[in-house]
Design a binder for this molecule. Structure first.
Ligand code: ADQ
Length: 719
């Protein structure tokens, strides 16, 4: 089993000092519980910030480090300044609100980005130093979004997973982040990216298309020849803990018959919707005087991020509100809202979950929300009602809860009343549905599923990366072949290979340098030069017709050999009209796209269209055309930002077969998917060259058009 390296901002331990000695206590969060199995079995290592060790004396520090090592954790220590800028200012001050749709909380000036990058790099160095070939690396959460990308650079062959514990927002919101491309590139360093829900995975895919132009195929992206999978892995809880029996400690909070206990359990965070929730409870009390003195709300808020101003403000506002509501609604003997600002041991939390009549989980946004699941698991009595925000990730898996819109305070008040009045039969039937799912998909299954999917991913870097072209060697080989009396055949694609891709097709005319190079090559008697283009023959003739070389247009539907153009197939006129009408309709709906009429085929280009819309329309169009063209002599071809329809069965590979004779030395250069047919047709010993990034069967690669021209120059000089 591959060794698991877990990387998270915090280590799953708490370090404290007592009488000069350091005490390191494992903290039993959901994540460490879920990972315990694979972590132990693989003799794993956990890398993260251990908390502030600076206050420990030398001896205590040494003993803390020793204990951390014994727990197989590796501390990444952070200075106060690093922590403030990376964690408080950037991760919690910028990323947290943006990813939770709280745009008014984004600070006007944020200086934290540079430090965020530096601390991610510090983590990368720590992981790289521990990495052994064969290890599996699993990075967690929004504090380390850049880490997978940094690791990929240092460890191209590593198996890297990333899981985001908070929502991934709609791309409309995500793209407000000034560093959006860097963040996406950072995440895309992973082989597998996990989210809590399918909607977050969709939002991510949409941001990737829109901002980076990588189009996903189902749950997979191709990033410079590397496969990156992304999908939902909804996190569960440690059900054993929450279904266990606990010794009753203090029964006084249990509601007596006729009384109702509403419960809220949260980190004190402005995303948890505590104020709107309290407001809804007050509204219930106003509308239902019969419930006064019988309805109690217990709100437990565990302190969180206390150094961040927004959290201090939020705490003050929550506490003022509790005071105000109690001021208005208390009776002589009782106050309706009981508020506690502290953490609770798990056993007591379980008791509270079991005592509550109604659990209120009403965040305005929440990645998942495990409290909702803990409540359901804890209800071994099968009773209790869950009121759940539709903006918590958990809502997608918990349809039996009473789902509410937390921004609709009135609606929430109605849901609370409905929960209080709900008949026992309905309560039990809803709870049974909730429990079945929570118990089945627990945190162990979550960790197992993620790790199994990560193990399944074909490893990031291609097994054999395509080496750079050695132009001099190719030219030398061509020269040797020519001297031995062999014919040298040069097969060249046009757009993206001989000239850079132009925003519109008509702007890709050849420049003088290219024409001179081709001219020089055309007079070499040992050399047969062919340009194989997807363009209409008229374009090819206009641009290259003056040269004495062989030309092929529309992917081989037209060829000019020995000066004459001839056609290999044609589209039936009525069918062509139908296709044209469809393409024009799509073009009208997609600004920046246009239709190109060729002699036999038709193409819809969307290079200038908004990327996401272009990709979406292209997908729809391909489906529609494939259906339309079943059983006809036409077929759909997908190129780089173009959907093309042309007579079936003619492609660059077919042309290559026609041209080539035994004994030829072949040099084929191309950049697009259609050129792969040409590479496939090249005989053994041929030099096949891919221009630019992307998966290919070619044997070598050049960076861009300048690389192709370098090869042509070398050939012109040596032949
Ligand atoms: P959190 O925002 O912290 O987690 P949540 O999923 O609810 O939110 O987990 C909170 C955990 O803390 C629960 O296990 C709960 O028992 C405990 N807890 C909460 N209040 C407590 C209290 N007052 N006393 C003691 N314990 C308390 C982030 C994301 C979530 C996502 C998780 C896991 O924001 O959306 O579900 O990570 O991925």
């Amino acid at each position: 089993m591959s060794r698991l390296l877990v990387v998270s901002n915090r280590l799953p331990v708490t370090v404290s000092a007592a009488q000069g000695e350091a005490i390191v206590t494992p903290s039993m969060g959901g994540l460490s519980t879920g990972l315990r199995g694979p972590f132990e079995r693989s003799q794993g290592l956990w890398i993260g910030w251990p908390g502030d060790l600076s206050k420990l004396g030398d001896a205590a520090r040494a003993s803390a480090l020793k204990e951390l090592q014994a727990l197989r954790t590796l501390p990444v220590e952070l200075t106060a300044d690093e922590l403030r800028q990376y964690y408080e200012e950037f991760a919690n001050g910028v990323l947290w609100p943006v990813f939770h749709y709280l745009l008014d909380r984004i600070p006007v000036h944020s200086g934290g980005w540079e430090m965020y990058r530096r601390v991610n790099a510090k983590f990368a160095a720590a992981v790289a130093a521990q990495y052994r070939p064969g290890d599996t690396i699993w990075v967690h959460d929004y504090q380390l979004l850049l880490l997978p990308g940094m690791l990929r650079e240092q460890l191209p062959d590593a198996r890297i997973g990333f899981f985001l514990h908070i929502p991934f927002p709609a791309s409309e919101v995500f793209r407000m982040l000034p560093w959006r491309e860097d963040v996406l590139r950072g995440m895309l360093g992973a082989d597998l990216i996990g989210f809590h829900t399918p909607s977050y995975a969709r939002n991510f895919a949409s941001a990737v298309v829109r901002l980076l132009g990588h189009e996903p195929v189902v749950d997979e992206l191709n990033v410079a020849g590397r496969k990156v999978r992304f999908r939902a892995f909804p996190m569960g809880i440690d059900t054993e803990t929450f279904t266990a029996k606990v010794e009753p400690s203090d029964e006084s909070f249990r509601p007596r018959p006729g009384e109702h206990l509403l419960l809220g359990v949260d980190r004190l965070d402005y995303t948890k919707g505590i104020r709107r929730r309290l407001s809804a409870v007050e509204r219930v009390l106003q509308r239902r005087p019969d419930l006064r003195g019988k309805l109690r709300m217990l709100q437990i808020a565990v302190p969180s991020r206390e150094k961040v101003t927004a959290y201090q403000d939020y705490r003050r506002r929550v506490e003022e509100m509790v005071g105000a509501i109690n001021g208005r609604c208390s009776t002589l003997t009782d106050a309706p809202i009981h508020y506690m600002y502290r953490g609770f041991p798990q056993e007591q939390l379980i008791e509270l979950y079991r005592a509550a009549s109604v659990m209120l989980v009403t965040p305005t946004r929440d990645g998942m929300n495990l409290v909702a699941k803990e409540f359901a698991a804890a209800r071994t009595d099968g009773d209790g009602v869950l009121v759940l925000s539709e903006f918590a990730g958990a809502a997608e898996e918990m349809p039996e809860a009473l789902q509410v819109n937390p921004f609709d305070v009135d609606g929430m008040a109605q849901a609370i009343e409905q929960a209080i009045d709900m008949a026992e039969g309905e309560r039990r039937s809803r709870m049974a549905g909730l429990r079945a799912r929570v118990l089945r998909f627990d945190v162990h299954k979550w960790a197992e599923d993620f790790l199994a999917a990560l193990t399944d991913v074909e490893l990031g870097a291609p097994a054999l990366p395509t080496p750079p072209l050695a132009a001099g060697e190719v030219a030398e080989a061509a020269r040797a072949a020519a001297l031995a009396g062999r014919r040298v055949v040069l097969l060249l694609d046009y757009d993206g290979t001989l000239v850079p891709i132009a925003p519109r097709p008509e702007l890709a005319a050849p420049d003088r340098e290219l024409l001179r190079l081709l001219e020089e090559l055309s007079i070499k008697t040992c050399l047969s030069v062919h340009v194989l283009s997807g363009r209409p023959w008229q374009d090819v003739e206009r641009w290259l017709g003056g040269l004495r070389i062989n030309l092929h247009a529309e992917h081989g539907l037209y060829s000019r050999i020995d000066g004459h153009w001839r056609a290999r197939g044609a589209a039936p006129e009525d069918l062509r009209e139908k296709v044209l009408a469809t393409l024009e309709r799509v073009s009208a709906n997609t600004p920046g796209s246009h239709v190109e009429l060729k002699a036999a085929g038709l193409a819809w280009h969307y290079r200038l269209a908004e990327r996401e819309q272009g990709a979406h329309q292209a997908r729809e169009l391909r489906l529609h055309l494939r259906e339309l063209l079943v059983g006809t002599p036409l077929e759909v071809l997908t190129g780089d930002k173009v959907v093309e329809v042309r007579p079936r069965g003619v492609h660059k590979g077919l042309i290559a077969h026609e041209i080539l004779r035994p004994g030829d030395l072949v040099i084929a250069v191309g950049d697009d998917r259609t050129d792969e047919d040409m590479f496939a047709a090249a005989p053994e010993g041929a030099f096949t060259v891919k221009v630019g990034l992307g998966a290919t069967a070619a044997r070598s690669r050049v960076h861009d058009v300048a690389g192709t021209r370098g090869l042509l120059r070398a050939l012109a000089e040596r032949l």
